[in-house]
Design a protein around this ligand. Structure first.
Ligand SMILES: Nc1ncnc2c1ncn2[C@@H]1O[C@H](COP(=O)(O)OP(=O)(O)O)[C@@H](O)[C@H]1O
Ligand SMILES: [Mg+2]
Length: 318
């Protein structure tokens, strides 16, 4: 089982929420882009809950056709359809007294949503081809990377189900919005690889760290994990260098930011100067006030770093 890592303000707040909601039996909706750690958070909630010694059953709702998903979730009776040779429990029954994780819940059909709503409201289900109402005691955690409110307004997701599952919404921010976590996660994956691959790499090079920190990570933590693993396998020295990082990460010299101009216009010069000043201060903070190091972090000579410090009146103490 993976441990949840994060020191950013946003993750610290999430950890607090996890602790609070774990104690309850409430239904939870976890939202976030792909690879942000939705499944890991769901598991963490289960393991912190009174149901921890019972099953955690994970279902990817997007991976089945509607009929298959129905028999997976609700089970079936012998003879319900061709190939139903014996009675079979569905995953809701398997998860009885435990937790069921409905991943990619936004991918379910409207017909399936009616069936899910029924279990949520009645806490009973009927197997495919069955007549008996079977009671189930499950904690439901749903997750999606889709925008459910928009889907509701477009008639693609049932509003009543949305309100049922979003009793407690947990939002996991994308990795690019919590860059503080990047070095921590990278080192976490490095030590995990050291432990499992029978090879020892002491640290990430400064250059590798810098590349990791400025990259956009559209695939979030999963992409970072894969990038570190790839570099780890290819690395032959005791330091993980930037050379073996994937092309997109290694060659990303610029932070790509979306720009927008307010209707009334604005002063680009002032904006850029302000930005420069902020970066100077951040670099100094990161390098504990060591100016040579700060200059290096910003790809500047010490001379021009000093020049800008004087220009913007930046203090060298941290
Ligand atoms: N905060 C975190 N700390 C440690 N590992 C993480 C964290 N977030 C995600 N991961 C790892 O990243 C990968 C993707 O996480 P996952 O929960 O499958 O994401 P999602 O379900 O949102 O696509 C997994 O291998 C997971 O262990
Ligand atoms: Mg997932």
């Amino acid at each position: 089982m993976g441990k949840l890592i994060g020191r950013s303000q946003k993750m610290q707040e999430l950890f607090k929420m996890i602790e609070v909601v774990s104690a309850t039996a409430s239904t939870i909706l976890i939202t976030g882009e792909s690879g942000t750690g939705k499944e890991l958070v769901a598991k963490a909630i289960h393991l912190n809950s009174p149901r921890a010694d019972q099953q955690f059953v994970s279902v990817n709702c997007g991976a089945f056709t509607e009929t298959l998903l129905e028999s997976e979730l609700f089970g079936y009776m012998k003879g319900a359809f061709t190939g139903a040779a014996a009675n079979k429990k569905g995953l809701f029954e398997v998860a009885d007294k435990g937790t069921i994780f409905l991943d990619e819940v936004g991918e379910t059909s409207l017909a399936m949503q009616v069936k899910l709503l029924r279990v949520l409201q009645e806490r009973t289900l009927r197997r495919v081809g069955g007549t008996e109402e079977i009671p189930v005691d499950v904690r439901i955690i749903a997750a999606t990377n889709r925008d459910l409110p928009t889907m509701v307004s477009e008639g693609e997701f049932r509003e009543d189900l949305y309100y049922r599952i979003s009793v407690i919404p947990l939002q996991i921010p994308p990795l690019r919005h919590r860059r503080d976590d990047i070095p921590l996660l990278a080192n976490h994956f490095l030590s995990r690889l050291n432990a499992s691959m029978g090879k020892k790499i002491d640290r990430l090079s400064d250059e590798a760290l810098r590349r990791l920190e400025v990259y956009g990570w559209p695939g979030n933590v999963r992409e970072l994990e894969n990038a570190i693993e790839r570099a780890f396998i290819l690395e032959t020295s005791i330091e993980l260098s930037a050379t073996h990082l994937p092309e997109s990460v290694a060659n990303n010299t610029k932070l790509k930011t979306a720009v927008s101009i307010p209707d009334e216009g604005f002063s680009l010069e002032e904006y850029v100067e302000n930005l420069q000043k902020n970066y100077l201060e951040e670099a100094l903070r990161r390098s504990n006030g060591v100016q040579v190091k700060a200059a290096e972090l910003l790809g500047m000579t010490y001379r021009s770093f000093r020049h800008y410090m004087q220009k913007y009146n930046v203090e060298s103490s941290t």
